[in-house]
Design a binder for this molecule. Structure first.
Ligand SMILES: [Zn+2]
Ligand SMILES: [Zn+2]
Length: 152
């Protein structure tokens, strides 16, 4: 294989992988989706993930950006978590392996006591996952993992 072929194959694989990651999962809510993408790619100072979500799952939700703006997330995706939404008291967190397929991974140096941190009945874990509790298709509301921040 010459170098060009190899590079383009590598690029195809990377493209396919990021396309898969970028696609909202079936029933995944806006906020879990943006959270997952930010963990993967970071914020680039725009609403690219919120917009991707809207375009792919709720193209008619034209007021979404306005709504996010009114909650303090006017300029970029990470503001959603700085200003608009925070974890509910009992988000769906699991240490089980299926979380890798449906959730966003967290890693920690020390095992986290899931019962104490999140009130869930699982043994402490070093790697755990935030799993979306799902919304109906076309919705731009967050699932019960998230609550509005107190005041903005
Ligand atoms: Zn940002
Ligand atoms: Zn969710």
């Amino acid at each position: 294989m010459d170098k060009d072929t190899m590079e383009s194959e590598v690029r195809t694989i990377v493209d396919a992988a990021s396309a898969r990651i970028l696609t909202p999962r079936e029933g995944e809510c806006l906020v879990c989706y943006v959270f997952r993408q930010l963990g993967e790619f970071g914020c680039d100072g725009t609403h690219r993930f919120a917009l991707t979500f809207r375009d792919r799952t709720a193209p008619r939700a034209t007021a979404l950006m306005e709504r996010l703006g009114s909650m303090g997330a006017c300029c970029c995706d990470c503001e959603v978590f700085n200003n608009a939404y925070t974890f509910a008291s009992r988000p769906w967190i699991t240490g089980a392996a299926f979380g890798a397929d449906i959730g966003t991974e967290f890693e920690s140096q020390e095992p986290v006591d899931l019962r104490e941190e999140f009130g869930i009945n699982e043994s402490p874990a070093r790697v755990f996952y935030l799993c979306c509790q799902f919304v109906r298709r076309g919705s731009t509301q967050p699932c019960p993992n998230w609550v509005r921040m107190g005041r903005w």
